[in-house]
Design a protein around this ligand. Structure first.
Ligand code: CU
Length: 142
């Protein structure tokens, strides 16, 4: 499940433990990853007041990307702030709220809902939701 462990550190150990014990619909991790990252489903976003962004391999940014995961599959969502404000990541329908995190910080959120659906994610800092939002689609692969 996990790949090269050569960079394993305390953060990765915590992450492994969390994933090994993953028996709930969702789990929130407040990790600075220190360069360690798990193999498997993972999406890396940047965020600022204008939105959440997915950067593709050509450097193109997609604002408010729709994230897709199969039911009960686990996915790590990493978000790094690249403006001077604090933000969070909320998926209200999954009862997930991260702490506030600030410039340059990265937080990770592991999601793995068993129920198919369209789950909206957003930043709930006042005034941010209008631009900082997107959808997590939980559905079997087409
Ligand atoms: Cu925000």
């Amino acid at each position: 499940m996990f790949g090269n462990d050569s960079d394993a550190g305390p953060a990765l150990e915590r992450l492994k433990a969390a994933w090994a014990g993953f028996d709930e619909d969702v789990r929130v991790l407040f990790l600075p990853f220190h360069g360690a990252s798990p193999a498997g489903a993972r999406v890396t976003l940047t965020a600022n007041l204008s939105g959440f962004y997915l950067i593709d391999s050509d450097g193109r940014a997609t604002r408010s990307p729709t994230l897709r995961v199969a039911p009960s599959a686990k996915m790590l969502i990493e978000v790094t702030i690249n403006d001077e404000l604090v933000h969070n990541l909320v998926i209200r329908d999954l009862a997930l709220i991260t702490r506030l995190f600030g410039p340059g910080e990265t937080i990770g959120l592991v999601v793995g809902p068993s129920s198919p659906g369209d789950y909206r994610y957003f930043c709930d800092v006042p005034g941010h939701e209008a631009t900082m939002n997107g959808h997590l689609i939980v559905a079997a692969a087409a």
